[in-house]
Design a protein around this ligand. Structure first.
Ligand code: PLP
Length: 428
């Protein structure tokens, strides 16, 4: 038995399902999850000493690659001064200044410890600011695991939402309306009907939790215009896209400014961090300035700020995001060529350094239905074939992939060689 398999068995004694976050259990691809013990550059190394080119990157944060020496040094330096004070620090001031410089729609920013906290707090703030209760989100988008967001659409477009997890009261879910992603007419119709009671629209500007679905032309612009028309706060959940699809996030890439933005992942450089921020008039409603309560024992934690700040500074260099995007495009083109040569129906999507792979004959992937129509069984086989070939993809057909600046020629060749063998095997 591999060491990963034996650790997984052991883990199930005291950890529910053996994992601390469900997708890690490999349930959607089958088999046993890998346990990692080390990560360096573009690679993760498992407990059995096998090395993989990593396209998960801890689900997004590791844009510099793993164990970047400058990030580790910054954390070590801070370590000498203590782990946490629960009081203001110079580092968090620098962080807030840098975030507001890199993302001009942010005038004030509050640090938290996860993406979930960021979106949950931004929604409370939007409700406090507008005095309205309802929120709109989109099918296939994920914004963390707070109660208002674990909700799916009811049977009709304008019916109230229903919980998508046990333990979420129907009374909470009824305030959440779930609409189809990339369908601006559905949003216009919903707001025409119930706009007066909607506090905010929250959207992943590039959907990254139903694989990877970029916004259709006009979708984000349409949301902006409709929010302005109906006095609704527009929240871009950039936990995944922030600092990745462009230095200034999806809002810079697509040229649409939200009222509030949430970040996570890259902003912590691999440490547990999130933040939310935006227009001054809205953010001033947060305690201690205003009546909307929000707090955190470890918010702005100095170790996390050191890792995040160093990461943001390093990715701010000229050409960083162009390089990241070029690698990603070349890798996806290489996969497409090999799939085509093997006669396997295959489509890819991309926004900068994030991507989606679909076993599908569709021309493009635009809607949740397009995503759901892809061949999940084929993905499962592909996932395991790639794993055998030394490439670690997200263990689910419905998660985006991520590249890092540490991915170069050697990793490209390794990935494409493994894919060529995998596509050939899929012909049988
Ligand atoms: N929002 C988006 C877009 C995410 O992708 C995620 C996590 O993957 C979250 C929010 C929740 O972040 P966290 O897992 O840090 O709570």
């Amino acid at each position: 038995m591999s060491r990963s398999a034996s650790l997984f068995e052991q883990a199930q004694a005291h950890i529910p399902g053996g994992v601390n976050s469900p997708v890690r259990a490999f349930k959607s691809v089958g088999g046993t999850p890998l346990f990692f013990k080390h990560a360096q550059g573009a690679y993760v190394i498992d407990e059995d000493d096998k090395r993989y080119v990593d396209y998960v990157g801890s689900w997004g944060p590791m844009i510099l690659g793993h164990s970047h020496p400058d990030v580790l040094d910054a954390v070590r330096k801070q370590l000498e001064h203590g782990l946490s004070y629960g009081a203001p620090t110079a580092l968090e001031v620098q962080m807030a200044d840098l975030v507001c410089e890199l993302v001009p729609s942010m005038e004030l920013v509050r640090m938290v410890s996860s993406g979930t906290e960021a979106t949950m707090s931004a929604i409370r703030l939007a409700r406090g600011y507008t005095g309205r209760d309802a929120i709109i989100k989109f099918e296939g988008c994920y914004h963390g695991h707070s109660d208002s967001l674990l909700v799916k659409a009811g049977s009709g477009l304008l019916t109230q939402g229903v919980p998508s997890s046990a333990g979420v009261p129907a009374d909470f879910a009824k305030h959440t309306l779930t609409l189809p992603f990339n369908d601006i007419d559905a949003v216009a119709n919903a707001l025409a009907d119930v706009g007066q009671s909607v506090a905010c629209i929250i959207v992943e500007p590039v959907a990254g939790n139903m694989n990877c679905v970029p916004p259709a032309p006009g979708f984000l612009e349409g949301l902006r215009a409709l929010c302005d028309q109906h006095g609704v706060v527009l929240i871009f959940d950039e936990v995944m896209t922030g600092f990745r699809v462009a230095l200034g996030g999806a809002q810079a890439r697509y040229g649409v400014n939200p009222d509030l933005t949430t970040f996570g992942k890259i902003i912590g450089g691999g440490m547990p961090v999130g933040c939310f921020g935006g227009k001054r008039a809205i953010m001033e409603c947060i305690a201690p300035l205003g009546p909307v309560y929000q707090a955190g024992t470890l918010s702005g934690n100095p170790l996390a700020m050191a890792a995040g700040l160093t990461t943001l500074k390093l990715i701010s260099r000229d050409g960083f995001h162009a390089e990241l995007e070029t690698y990603t495009t070349r890798m996806l083109q290489g996969l497409q060529e090999r799939a085509d040569a093997a006669g396997i129906p295959f489509v890819t999507t991309q926004a900068g350094g994030m991507f989606g792979l679909y076993f599908s004959g569709a021309d493009d992937i635009v809607t949740f239905e397009d995503v759901m129509a892809s061949d999940v069984e084929r993905f499962k086989r592909f996932f395991h074939l790639m794993l055998d070939g030394g490439v670690y993809l997200a263990p689910s057909a419905f998660e985006a992939g991520f590249t890092s600046i540490a991915h170069g020629e050697a990793e490209l060749k390794l990935t494409l060689d493994a894919a060529e063998r995998a596509f050939a095997a899929l012909q049988n």
